[in-house]
Design a protein around this ligand. Structure first.
Ligand SMILES: [Zn+2]
Length: 413
């Protein structure tokens, strides 16, 4: 890795295009000057052109010799790259999910761009994908492709202004939080969605208010000026009296801690409350928690599925490569569908409970007998659902709610 970094440094230092650009600009200047003097006095055209010859030739040569250095640097760098990252074929599978579900892939890419706040890129991508709708490769489709969800998950829905505006709002709020240390847009959003957040058992609204209090208390935008300490505390106190007081019922303990901390000022960093007031990670944590809640109110997961899939893939790649080599050597094949013969240890955040056992039939669900969620939120396997319902209204086996079989939704895991 050292050698590679060294070549990269060299490339950036010596073999860049800035010198070539300068020399090209010199040539252009020479030509422009000549044109101007000919325009001013057409009689001197012949002399001017004659005078131009030598300098233009020189300047071309300079550009060429500059480029030589760039070519050499690039050559060395790509050699170092090849040496470090040996060319290995990617593991192949018979079923290529990427080419058989292009509409889903496009949707994931577009959603990712929207989530990242890359609105204009997302818009170009969506226009392009709509004008040239993707075609899946028919021979690679799975046998049960009739029940394919991608038809009703078309990317048309992503073009809706409403969804884009939602993400623009999210991006704006996150930007203010992360780069301007401004919590007010997030606080406004949480207040507007207070009921929904509370139903979810989220404490985001209170946590935002708490951090705003801490931020004001420790000096807000001017944290180092000790002269304004009492003024800052006054502001924080006013904020708490106005905006935090209604949290007292649910968060009495936390509120008591915040007011208890007042007694320790100006020596907070040695007080039992130092963790509340000196916590650099609080902003990042709250930004993540905000993203999670925002996405969940939109019915989306907190992390971009594309990001998760790519990261999990990158973690799995070395194992898959090794597996492929071993299988080739031993000339074996693995026949179990949708299952790998090896464990791929992914971090806990990447575990998504991909196995569901129907509580009625006690059988594990499959693609042919998928888990179905009834409007009450309880889930059973499709076959159990059909058996329970017999085509008409039926009572959920776990709660008093009644529903019709057509109201149940398929869950994808
Ligand atoms: Zn139920």
């Amino acid at each position: 890795m050292e050698a590679l970094l060294e070549e990269h440094k060299k490339l950036a230092r010596k073999s860049n295009l800035s010198k070539s650009l300068e020399d090209v600009q010199n040539s252009i200047d020479l030509l422009v000057q000549a044109r101007e003097s000919i325009a001013a006095d057409p009689n001197c055209a012949r002399v001017t052109l004659a005078k131009l010859q030598a300098p233009v030739k020189q300047s071309f040569e300079a550009v060429n010799s500059d480029l030589k250095e760039v070519y050499k640097g690039l050559g060395n760098y790509s050699k170092a790259l090849d040496k470090k990252f040996k060319d290995k074929p990617l593991p192949s599978t018979d079923h290529d999910a990427l080419s058989s579900h292009p509409a889903l892939i496009n949707r994931a890419v577009a959603m990712h761009l929207l989530r990242e706040g890359q609105f204009s890129v997302a818009s170009t991508f969506l226009t392009d994908a709509t004008n040239r709708p993707p075609h899946s490769e028919p021979q690679l489709r799975t046998p049960n492709s009739n029940s394919n969800p991608e038809d009703d998950l078309g990317i048309d829905s992503l073009k809706s202004e409403a969804l884009r505006k939602q993400f623009a709002d999210m991006y704006h709020i996150l930007h203010a939080m992360k780069y301007e240390r401004n919590l007010l847009p997030a606080i406004d959003w949480a207040r507007a969605n207070s009921k929904l957040l509370e139903t979810r058992g989220s404490n985001l609204e209170f946590e935002l208010g708490k951090l705003q209090f801490v931020w004001l208390f420790t000096g807000g935008p001017n944290p180092i000026d000790p002269r304004s300490r009492s003024q800052n505390q006054q502001q924080a106190l006013q904020y708490a009296q106005r905006d935090l007081v209604h949290f007292q019922g649910r968060y009495l303990k936390e509120m008591t801690q915040l007011s208890g901390a007042m007694a320790f000022s100006p020596n907070l960093s040695q007080s039992p409350y130092r963790r509340i007031f000196h916590n650099e990670g609080a902003w990042e944590d709250l930004a993540n928690s905000f993203t999670r809640e925002f996405c969940s109110l939109l019915g989306l997961s907190a992390d971009s599925p594309l990001y998760i899939a790519a990261t999990a893939g990158a973690i799995a790649l070395p194992t898959l490569l090794k597996l492929q080599t071993i299988m080739k050597e031993k000339r074996t094949e693995w026949t179990t569908q949708h299952e790998l013969p090896v464990e791929i240890p992914l971090p806990p955040a990447y575990h998504f409970h991909s196995i569901f056992v129907c509580p009625v039939s006690k059988e594990q669900t499959t693609d042919d007998n998928p888990p179905m969620m009834m409007p009450c939120g309880h889930v059973v396997a499709q076959e159990s659902l059909m058996r329970l319902a017999k085509g008409s209204r039926f009572k959920c086996p776990y709660c008093p709610n009644e529903s019709r079989p057509e109201d149940a939704k398929r869950l994808y895991m």
